[in-house]
Design a protein around this ligand. Structure first.
Ligand code: HEM
Length: 220
């Protein structure tokens, strides 16, 4: 903020930053991460609640920065963005345990876990899309804005989402029932599918970050 390294030691700048929306977002993220770290070592009821509160604080921090924070419909967009980010976090976070269960547990346990994950994802994932659509419709001034760098990244995100839907259908319709029927090859194929899904979601998150921090929905 000052243009040289000495600015790092300037307490008045830190105070200014902490009183801004960026300061609130950073404070929420640090508090959220502390709760998630405290919850991580052992699954207990209190720990689970702390982890959930931490994840919610981190998701809420997104509403204090970016284009939604400066929009006149800020409070409508804030709730929508928090929902969007929470579902994205659930999806990305669920894939690693799913992969570990597939690798280390017997097929009948794997089948139950895949079935339960699919049942939750079936109603959560459409929410992510609906929230993304509401954000897009409110933030973009017109259809021509889809040709801007912001719009192009939004289209790329949507393409990533469509690809993920393809994988989800494959897991749900083919691999899930085959694993339940004792097919070990299907469990291995699901493992590959989950890793590819993870990479696609990570790429979509990078696209979302670039889109929100470097470009504007209204400038084209
Ligand atoms: C797996 C799919 C998706 C993931 C993981 C994802 C992730 C994210 C994340 C993490 C943010 C917050 C970015 C930030 O504030 O720094 C975000 C914002 C957003 N997402 Fe998504 N998203 C996905 C799909 C979609 C889809 C399909 C749409 C459109 C239909 C969409 C539209 C938006 C919009 C408009 C924003 C707000 C950007 C802004 O504040 O300028 N997202 N998304």
């Amino acid at each position: 903020m000052t243009g040289d390294v000495a600015g790092i030691w300037d307490a008045s700048l830190h105070a200014l930053l902490m009183s801004s929306d960026a300061g609130t977002a950073a404070a929420l993220r640090v508090a959220g991460l502390v709760l998630v770290l405290l919850a991580a070592p052992k699954p207990t009821r209190v720990g689970d609640a702390a982890g959930l509160c931490g994840a919610t604080l981190i998701a809420a921090s997104f509403a204090f920065m970016g284009h939604t924070a400066t929009h006149e419909l800020r409070w409508l967009l804030a709730g929508t963005l928090i929902l969007h980010v929470l579902v994205a976090a659930f999806w990305l976070g669920a894939l690693w345990p799913l992969h570990v269960v597939g690798r280390e547990e017997p097929l009948h346990v794997d089948a139950v876990v895949v079935e339960r994950f699919s049942a939750v994802a079936l109603w959560l994932v459409p929410l992510l899309f609906v929230a993304g659509l509401i954000l897009s419709v409110v933030l973009l001034p017109d259809l021509a804005a889809l040709q801007s760098p912001y719009g192009t990244l939004l289209i790329a995100k949507s393409a990533g989402f469509a690809l993920l839907m393809g994988f989800a259908a494959l897991n749900n319709r083919r691999y899930g029932p085959a694993i339940a029927g004792g097919d070990a090859a299907a469990a291995r194929a699901l493992g590959v599918s989950v890793r590819v899904e993870w990479a696609v979601i990570a790429a979509v998150v990078v696209a979302a970050t670039v889109m929100t921090s470097l470009f504007s929905p209204t400038l084209h």
